[in-house]
Design a protein around this ligand. Sequence first.
Ligand code: PLP
Length: 395
Amino acid sequence: MIYLDHNATTPLHPRALEAMLPFLRERWGNPSSPYRFGSQARQAVEHARAHIADRMGCAPEELVFCSSGTESDNLALRGVAGALRSRGDHIVTSAIEHHAVLTTCEALEREGFRVTRVPVTADGVVDLDLLAASLCDETILVSVMHANNETGVIQPLEHIAAVTRKRGIVLHTDAVQSAGKLPRRVAELGADLVTLSGHKLHGPKGAAALYVRQGTPLTPITTGGAQEHGVRAGTENVAGVVGFAVAVALAFEDADAEGARLGALRDRLECEVASAVPGVRINGRAAARIPNTSSLSFQDIDGESIVLGLDLQGICVSTGSACSTGDPEPSHVLRAMGLTPRDAQGTIRLSLGRETGEGDIDATVRALTGTVARLRQISSVSRMTDGGPPGGQQG
Ligand code: PLP
């Protein structure tokens, strides 16, 4: 199998697994229990927190562990909305956020909040002027992701932070796709709240975090326990956070070198596909992108068919976000970038990772070239038998 869907999830690093196993087998105590067996589990959680905080450049108390990037996004948005409701009712986000943010915004709208979704440029970068113009005295929160999960395009967070800081508005960023890929410390992003997720950086599923800059107002969204400084009730996933900490440490160890390696492989993939296949568009190519992600739109064919065709050859890629697989609607991210519904439907995402090597790229380019040619031939034959001329030009 060639796995090129690391933005959906990544394999657990063997060292993370090794560190987790004792907490699944022998040291399974509850960190909130008062006896030593419990406090050993507590120590493991706090050790993991300190470790991640050290790599991420924040204080341990500023990290709230939770179960997923989705929960972390929910906590950020609903938590600030709940805490600042009396101050204002306006939230600003972008048109290209993950559904964890967009759907939560829709839920907040049903609760009476107003939400502005700022458009992006053709390269998938949030329009800074429109964002600044959308802020008003009632704006309590801006939520803009760091790197987009479908295109890899990096958003100008420092510029956004400069504006929100001046106006005293809380800034949240979903850094699920950039954490560990860019050697950046959370505090440097300029955001007050940062979402991280373990399984996107070779850690386990079920372990994630929200960075909460000291003093940021946040109402808990779960009740029934005093865990995580009272912000996130529920027994901690001890093994999960231990594995998460190891994965973060490993990612930061070689983020520069690994980023350069993946960037070179990704660029080679795009270059070779673009020269071998006519009618291909590389989405977000002119913008700064995380190095592992490539979004390719192929004219006149369906991305879903390419995914299935590659799957038959043992290659895993996706049409976009794993969370919207099976959704017949074209990607909201690509539509926001100005792609037609047809071009958006003809898009696949390839996301590289630690195990990806040159041979995988060569094999993928060969398989993709053949698959696209075959699908185009089939679609042109079916158009001819339907009575229309090849190329889809009706009339
Ligand atoms: N945010 C982004 C940008 C993502 O890509 C994802 C997952 O694909 C999530 C949030 C959700 O993270 P999780 O799978 O940990 O819930």
